[in-house]
Design a protein around this ligand. Sequence first.
Ligand code: ACO
Length: 402
Amino acid sequence: GIVVSSLLKETGLVTVDPGFMNTASCESEITYIDGDAGILRYRGYPIEQLAEQSSFLEVAYLLTHGELPSSDALSGWIERIERHTHLHDNFKALIGAFPTNAHPMAVLSSAVSALPGYYPESVDPFDPETVELASVLLLAKAPTIAAYAHRRALGQEMIGPDRGKGYVGDFLRMAFQPNGTPYEVDPVMVKALDVLLLLHADHEQNCSTSTVRIVGSSHANLYASVSAGINALSGPLHGGANEAVLQMLTQIQASGGDATEFMTKVKNKEDGVRLMGFGHRVYKNYDPRAAIVKKAADEVLSKLGKRDEMLDIAMRLEEIALNDEYFIERKLYPNVDFYTGLLYKAMGFSTSMFTPLFAVGRMPGWIAQWREMMQDPATKIGRPRQIYTGPTSRDYVAAEQR
Ligand code: ACO
């Protein structure tokens, strides 16, 4: 809606747009979404082609630099990132200082906030080489920090990177290698996690990305802006939905696995029950990411012999929904979160790690959007207006007279 405030005559028309549902905060060349048609493209490339043929780090280059790299540029980029995956020794002390029951998102955002303290030479937001270094450092350190946070929660000793294992492979190794025991990373898991990270790499002006932009608009450095984005992602309405899907599937399984009975509750809106992982503010057709994750979940879980009852329940719920008037009328289809939790679980991650995995995946998007904003001469400090609705002028009354 549009409200003209009589108190803001000097600024002319002021629009009130809660949740910024109709307000574009910027122009962007990075990600294209057509929610009605179920289309998602990074820099013009369809998400389906990228998931099938590209890799997370190549997509990270595409998003942050605007074009796909030549093969030399790609190997240079990967080599540079993998060279920086080590964390300063003091980081172990920093992460080790958290209680083991600290949520890994608190650990991740604190560690990212701390990075400029360790790399003060990489904080100038306007020097291109410095910005490139900060981008590389963030992409390099994020999986190591996330793997540390995972081990910290389990009370395990942290283990450092091994460059030969590849970016995603080494992330899995750092998370899951038992102390002092050799560990072979499963290539099926590596491919699945690479695709999941790639699918999360950018989604234009969502809550966390808008946060990164607004913090950066004050010329705060890339790390400070991204750590604010990580905190925005920590909320259950944003990054936490995949956890909620798994809880829902666990409950259905525990109460006998009857998908039809659960769907009746959803349709009757009993106790406000919603089919978690369904519906999306922008996609009013199938979320294209969900189609890719569903295929990956089906293939990976079958291949690993981990095909579990929960995947069957999820597929039954989807089948019911796709043929039911309630869901058809409201244009409710699976979103990206409907199947991701099942894959993360099959990989061995606990539910509290699902959002940190989302954060590692979204890193290229946050970096790309921040860089685009910093280079855009039209950028101004983010400063929304308001419509004041409090008391008009009144005189102070001393405490003893109130
Ligand atoms: N299950 C059952 N009914 C639903 C669902 C659902 N998941 N989602 C929406 N509806 C119904 C609403 O009850 C409403 O029905 P009504 O017209 O009879 O009142 C109608 O569909 C429209 O719903 P809104 O809440 O207005 O839709 P909105 O676009 O605001 O919400 C949202 C989108 C928040 C994603 C919603 O669909 C939802 O809560 N989904 C479940 C949570 C979820 O999966 N979130 C992840 C989003 S994706 C991401 O963040 C990566």
